[in-house]
Ligand binder design. Structure first.
Ligand code: 5AD
Ligand code: SF4
Length: 464
């Protein structure tokens, strides 16, 4: 389905303009993953089209939207805390509207809780309801009643939503939505629904438009990018899609996430190896280094298979770096299981590691599994893991000293007088340079490091 400026659009724009005395301001905050950040950029696109200005504070905003995440309980609690904090703002500005959207409100229990405990929330819509936002705002103004979209699975994809991107040189590009994997701990398949791939033509069109408007780094997004293409009229696998985009003309970098180890293929590694524009960096979440925990997690691979793919990648692309997600304290995880995770982390050597303490999500299989490990043991495990990772990452940074590397400049560095840029391998370098090169690729000589952060200065000779 194409997002059109439906008949109602003009009426809603007028209704909004009439409702507020001054041009309205909207504050939108996204919690959670990059998929959500990209959805948030679309929400902002819709709001701008409706005549809202954007602000980065809830105070003074006429519309506040929280685009929520349901992956861990902590994220949900934060959202409820944030909604609670809006109550006073609404008392001060009764015309202010509050909207809650995204993954959390795909759960009926959450919608019921909002209705009961946060009656001042005006609008609720799920992950596939962004195109309905103008209608909902219009209804809220017209009827003066709350507009609550009950959780429902909507399978059609909406193309061509307006978008207000956060960056002018780095972009997220979703290639698929939803997930069919049902890892036993994970709520995503329940809230984001079944896997659906965008057509290669639509992806290519968006990609070309981004490159033409000067974007330098495009990250392809999907819950499991390696199962891209199933069910399309012209099925295509992820490696082919990646190669197709990497062969487009222009000076850009391609990244992608997330790869499920059970679906990441040697063909994918070969595609990365043969295309310079695809970053030599693979985010391959392992979740645990214990085969029995992996089986309980319903991950459908074992440690031997995982390591065999990593070894292949290391042989094929010696420069390749890896990152991973790890869950600590999954129900039934013993010290022995956890030791196996440490062993695997030692063996792979990740430049980036995202570690999470297991969070029970109602409705998932793991929520029924007995979990007798005390929380204190889980936090002790996670700090062991972080220390081990830090040790590797700092050693890795040390080995980069003396090299000349290409970075995409993000802006000012944290160290005074420096600029910050990211290497292809996902490390960050802060460097001195006489000029501002934000949004451009530059060559940097790495002369030192502070922990995992590389330091240096811009190379006099801009080239390999
Ligand atoms: N508890 C802890 N971490 C989780 N993740 C997903 N679900 C849970 C959960 N219930 C983590 C996984 C996933 C990442 C995005 O979030 O590691 O890869
Ligand atoms: Fe969740 Fe597993 Fe799907 Fe990732 S692959 S979103 S962890 S169910």
């Amino acid at each position: 389905m194409d997002y059109q400026n439906f008949v109602e659009q003009d009426r809603v724009i007028d209704a909004i303009a009439n409702y507020y005395e001054t041009p309205p301001l909207a504050y939108m905050h996204s919690f959670g993953c990059q998929q959500n950040v990209n959805d948030g950029e679309k929400i902002k696109g819709v709001l701008v089209q409706l005549g809202y200005g954007l602000t980065d504070r809830a105070e003074g905003a006429d519309l506040v939207i929280f685009n929520t995440c349901a992956v861990r309980e902590h994220a949900e609690q934060r959202v409820f805390g944030n909604i609670g904090a809006l109550k006073n703002l609404k008392v001060a500005n009764p015309k202010m509207m509050i909207a809650v959207c995204g993954c959390m409100v795909q759960q009926k229990t959450v919608v019921d809780k909002i209705k009961q405990s946060y009656p001042y929330v005006d609008i609720v819509f799920g992950v596939n309801g962004i195109d309905q936002l103008p209608h909902m705002i219009g209804e809220r103004i017209r009827t003066r009643k709350k507009v609550i979209m009950e959780p429902a699975e909507r399978t059609e994809l909406v193309e061509n939503l307006p978008i207000h991107r956060d960056s002018s040189f780095k972009a997220w590009l979703p290639i698929m939505y939803g997930c069919d994997n049902f890892c036993s701990y994970c709520i995503v398949p329940f809230v984001r629904g079944r896997e659906r791939s965008r057509s290669a033509e639509n992806i290519l069109a968006e990609f070309r438009a981004l490159i033409q408007s000067g974007y330098k780094e495009i990250t392809l997004l999907g819950q499991n990018v390696n199962s891209y293409g199933k069910g399309l009229d012209h099925p295509m696998d992820f490696a082919d899609l990646l190669a197709m985009l990497a062969e487009e003309p222009g000076d850009f970098r391609l990244r992608f996430m997330t790869s499920h180890p059970k679906d990441a293929s040697r063909k994918l590694i070969d595609t990365i190896a043969t295309h310079d524009k695809i970053c030599n960096n693979l985010h391959l979440p392992v979740q645990s280094g214990s085969d029995s925990i992996l089986a309980q997690m319903n991950r459908k691979y074992n440690v031997t298979e995982y390591l065999s793919l990593i070894r292949y990648a290391k042989e094929r692309i010696p420069e390749m770096t890896f990152s991973s997600d790890i869950i600590v304290g999954f129900p039934g995880e013993t010290e022995e299981d956890f030791e196996k995770t440490l062993e695997l982390v030692r063996e792979v050597g990740y430049v980036q590691l995202f570690t999470f303490i297991y969070s029970k999500r109602t409705g998932t299989k793991a929520a029924m599994m007995p979990d007798s490990t005390p929380y204190s043991a889980k936090t002790a495990r996670i700090s062991k893991l972080l220390n081990l990772h830090e040790e590797f990452a700092v050693n890795f940074a040390e080995k980069m000293v003396g090299r000349k590397v290409r970075v995409l400049v993000d802006g000012l560095g944290k160290i005074e007088g420096t600029w910050s840029g990211r290497l292809e391998n996902n490390l960050v370098a802060e460097f001195s340079a006489p000029e501002n090169h934000t949004g451009k690729f530059v060559w940097v000589n790495i002369t030192g490091h502070r922990g995992i952060l590389l330091t240096g200065s811009i190379a006099e000779e801009q080239g390999e």
